[in-house]
Design a protein. Structure first.
Length: 177
């Protein structure tokens, strides 16, 4: 069999087949949000969705472009008080990126930080407040910082501060090829 016949019979790799016939269409990440007064609150702490779709009075869907970073907080309560606190910092992906399946996030996202329980969530929220106090948008923070913060939480070590110098180094590194 000659080379031209072999090239004509081989199929493109499965990773490229995703884009066949869909040139210019970016895959979007859909994040479910909900609010039922005094019971459930699933909301975005930061992140700039490309679009928000309102399903009904209680439910919305935030749509993110690939590469966008966002933070979703999930809070549940019952008649006796708060029963669940969960905070996740995620980055939306393309079909070629490694992503994790996360409930309420379709088709999935890269999980950078996961905090469960009131003390851990409050610790991360205080770090977010400190970042915003420096006039830095949390969605622009280095993904490595969020991973480091999550690892420090899991190991019960002191949480590192995100400084303006660290942010300047991250921005300078993004410019390099």
């Amino acid at each position: 069999m000659n080379a031209s016949a072999l090239a004509a019979t081989t199929a493109p790799p499965p990773s490229l087949a995703v884009f066949a016939g869909h040139a210019g269409i970016a895959p979007l990440t859909r994040v479910s949000l909900a609010r039922i007064e005094q019971r459930i609150d699933v909301y975005l702490r930061f992140g700039e969705p490309a679009r928000i779709i309102r399903l009904d009075r209680w439910r919305r869907i935030a749509v993110f472009l690939p590469g966008a970073m966002f933070c979703r907080i999930r809070w549940h309560a019952n008649d006796y008080g708060t029963i669940r606190w969960r905070l996740m910092v995620m980055q939306s992906c393309t079909p070629l990126d490694a992503a994790q399946r996360i409930p309420g996030v379709l088709p999935g996202a890269r999980l950078l930080l996961h905090a469960e329980g009131e003390p851990a969530v409050r610790a991360v929220l205080s770090q977010l407040d400190a970042i915003e106090a420096q006039s830095i948008a949390p969605a622009d923070v280095s993904p490595t910082y969020w991973r480091t913060l999550g690892n420090r939480l899991a190991a019960r070590l002191p949480l590192p501060a995100y400084t303006a110098e660290r942010h300047a180094a991250w921005l300078a590194g993004k410019v390099l090829p």
